[in-house]
Write a protein that binds this ligand. Structure first.
Ligand code: GDP
Ligand code: MG
Length: 370
């Protein structure tokens, strides 16, 4: 920007606005914190406060979660994250329940399961799969628009007794736009009127070409209610995951994406996050969206307190300053000062894009969505 308010510059440098005003006064300028100063004056101030001018640049003040890559040798395999999509009544919820039951590691006695927006299953072969328990395409699209593409694989549920319906097509389009591979779960195969072959043929019209039709999209016949074909579905997910070579660095400060969040009466703001890299630990200081906080407790998908959560692990976080939005990025930082600095920077950015006029600030908007 050509001009910047004194306060905004102060925020970016993590200095007090009043100190900048004082410094400007010493330089012979009478301005308040809300007034703007030009680029040259800003640079002079930055210099004066012993910061590097580059330090004002966005990439350095904010922690860009997509820019910096972890060195290849630090990466470890991580569990795939799958989302279940499809037309209403085709069996998304039933399949989510059925998949959860395939978990071989026992949860609480009595199997009390907790809905935290995502869960992780351990298959017979010990492989883990993270399942987003938020059916509905809105969540998927919304998150993607916000640059939070956490889904590695889309499970497209199509009822074998019905066919390709509007939301089936919508799901296909979402997956394609996000470049996310699809596995077709042809559901309700137990029904007498089920016709899996018809589904495979109809999918061709939407450029989803399954293996039986000489394509490379896997399809599995399942019955969510009878539990048929679930092992095959898990195998298909693992095969697809292998092809994707999903990896993340576990031994670093955590980054995570908010899956869902709400204000809990007893516990305050609570967010379910999915760790995308690093390991989130109790006591960590973080910024989530434009709020900062400190991890007071971590609760897993079985309702148990845990000390830490690594890549691809869904976990509920307590200790937030406010309720974040789905798709918000959580970033662990070294200390509270840094947390405030990043939070303030993000706040300023948010205000900037809110007040910005669409045509002239298209670039800013676009960048915010990356
Ligand atoms: P959603 O709207 O996609 O979440 O679909 P639901 O999971 O709520 O399922 C819709 C209806 O289909 C419910 O009555 C389910 O019991 C039924 N259903 C789901 N899967 C199967 C299946 O594999 N076989 C049969 N026969 N019924 C199923
Ligand atoms: Mg449902």
């Amino acid at each position: 920007p050509e001009a910047i308010t004194v306060q905004e510059l102060a925020n970016r440098m993590a200095e007090k606005g009043a100190d900048l005003v004082k410094e400007l006064f010493n330089l012979g300028m009478m301005v308040t914190v809300n007034q703007t100063i030009d680029q040259d004056t800003a640079e002079l101030l930055v210099d004066q406060f012993g910061h590097n001018v580059e330090r004002v640049s966005e990439a350095d003040v904010d922690i860009n979660t997509t820019e910096d890559q972890d060195p290849e040798e630090t990466l470890k395999p991580r569990a795939p994250v799958v989302a279940v999509m499809g037309h209403v009544d085709h069996g998304k919820t039933s399949l989510l329940d059925a998949l959860r039951k395939t978990n071989v590691t026992k949860g609480e006695a009595g199997g009390i399961t907790q809905h935290i927006g995502a869960y992780q299953i351990t298959a017979k072969d010990k492989s883990k799969i993270t399942v987003l328990d938020t059916p509905g395409h809105a969540a998927f699209t919304e998150m993607r628009q916000r640059g939070a593409n956490v889904t590695d694989i889309v499970i497209l549920v199509v009822a074998a007794d019905d066919g390709i319906m509007p939301q089936t097509i919508e799901a296909i389009n979402h997956a394609k736009a996000a470049n996310t591979p699809i596995i077709v779960a042809i559901n309700k195969i137990d029904k007498p009127e089920a016709n899996a072959q018809k589904i495979r043929e109809r999918l061709l019209e939407h450029e989803v070409i399954v293996e039986a039709m000489s394509g490379d999209v896997q399809d599995v016949e399942v019955s969510a209610t009878k539990g048929t074909g679930l092992d095959k579905l898990v195998d298909a997910i693992n095969l697809q995951a292998e092809l994707l070579e999903l990896k993340a660095r576990p031994d670093r400060a955590a980054e995570a994406t908010v899956i869902e969040a709400q204000l809990d009466k007893g516990r305050g703001p609570v967010a379910t996050v999915l760790v995308t890299r690093g390991t989130l630990k109790r006591g960590d200081t973080f910024v989530v969206g434009t709020e900062s906080g400190r991890v007071r407790a971590l609760i897993d998908d079985n309702g148990k307190q845990v000390k830490e959560a690594g890549p691809s692990t869904p976990v509920e976080v307590l200790g937030l300053g406010g309720v974040p939005d789905a798709g918000d990025q959580m970033t662990v930082v070294e200390n509270e000062q840094r947390a405030r600095e990043v939070a303030e920077f993000r706040q300023a950015k948010a205000t900037e894009s809110r007040t910005a006029l669409a045509p002239t600030n298209f670039d800013t908007m676009f960048n915010n969505m990356q």
